[in-house]
Design a protein around this ligand. Structure first.
Ligand code: ADP
Ligand code: MG
Ligand code: MG
Length: 249
């Protein structure tokens, strides 16, 4: 479904960050990417979504046989690739419901009517056990880490993508936020949904059971395994990874 071959990504100020990365994600599979801070996990996620500040300098990425790198971010989203769109700041006068309507309509060929949108949102909030009043809140205004994640995961459930890329490193490490993400991914889980869950800590993997775990170090995936690899990492730490797989060994 997703095939990444020898991917190289550079950023203007930082040079090459992703240095020849290979990864294949099949339909229905949940993959976790772990790795120490600075290993290039977020750079990978940003490149996959076509963030303009990340320049792909080599390699290929195909999604269902299409060259993803040729497509604009919105075209990637319309193909069914999801990355939570984090609104950086408060947006006065824009409610969660408004925001989600825009997000949903931007990936659909035919817009949903106001009533269809309302029903869909009510259903997804019920599934996620989110209080209906959340939809009327203004975007990010006084949002906790957990509430930001609720907004993000509501996007996921409403967009129903084929592949979600969730970068959990820098935001909301509190247990509430982790559980919201896990509930959303577990709700989506099925033969038609794949995910790449990027995380620094293995804690989230207690709630989302990945099919595969990959360890990223210095811009590459250096080892892969099943979910037991996450436990091993938690026990041994990233120093072990550096010793085992670091430069010069
Ligand atoms: P991780 O998500 O694994 O912590 P990142 O991809 O965020 O790693 O960062 C990897 C390296 O790339 C870091 O050294 C970081 O400073 C650098 N980097 C990432 N994004 C940028 C950017 N937009 N401009 C400059 N340097 C960047
Ligand atoms: Mg980081
Ligand atoms: Mg990161």
């Amino acid at each position: 479904m997703l095939k990444i071959e020898n991917l190289r990504v550079a950023v203007e100020e930082g040079g090459e960050i992703v240095k020849g990365l290979d990864l294949e994600v099949g339909r229905g599979e949940i993959h976790a990417i772990m790795g120490p801070n600075g290993s290039g996990k977020s750079t990978l996620a940003n490149a996959l979504m076509g963030h303009p500040r990340y320049e792909v300098t080599g390699g290929s990425v195909t999604f269902e046989g299409e060259d993803l790198l040729e497509l604009e971010p919105d075209e990637r989203a319309r193909l069914g690739v999801f990355m939570a769109f984090q609104y950086p700041s408060e947006v006065p006068g824009v409610s969660v419901a408004n925001f989600l309507r825009t997000a949903v309509n931007s990936v659909r060929e035919e817009e949903l009517s106001a009533m269809e949108m309302y029903r869909l949102l009510q259903e997804k909030m019920r599934v996620m056990q989110i209080d209906p009043s959340f939809a009327e809140r203004y975007l990010n205004e006084g949002f906790s880490g957990g509430e930001k994640k609720r907004n993000e995961i509501l996007q996921l459930l409403m967009l129903q993508p084929k592949l979600a890329i969730l970068d959990e490193t820098d935001s909301g490490l509190d247990i509430d936020a982790l559980q919201v993400v896990a509930r959303g991914v577990n709700e989506m889980r099925g033969p038609e949904f794949s995910a790449i869950v990027i995380t620094h800590y293995s804690r989230i993997l207690r709630y989302i059971e990945p099919d595969y775990v990959h360890v990223m170090l210095d811009g590459r995936i250096v080892t892969s395994g099943g979910k037991e690899l996450a436990d091993e990492l938690e026990a041994k730490g990233y120093d072990w990874v550096r010793q085992e797989f670091g430069a010069g060994t």
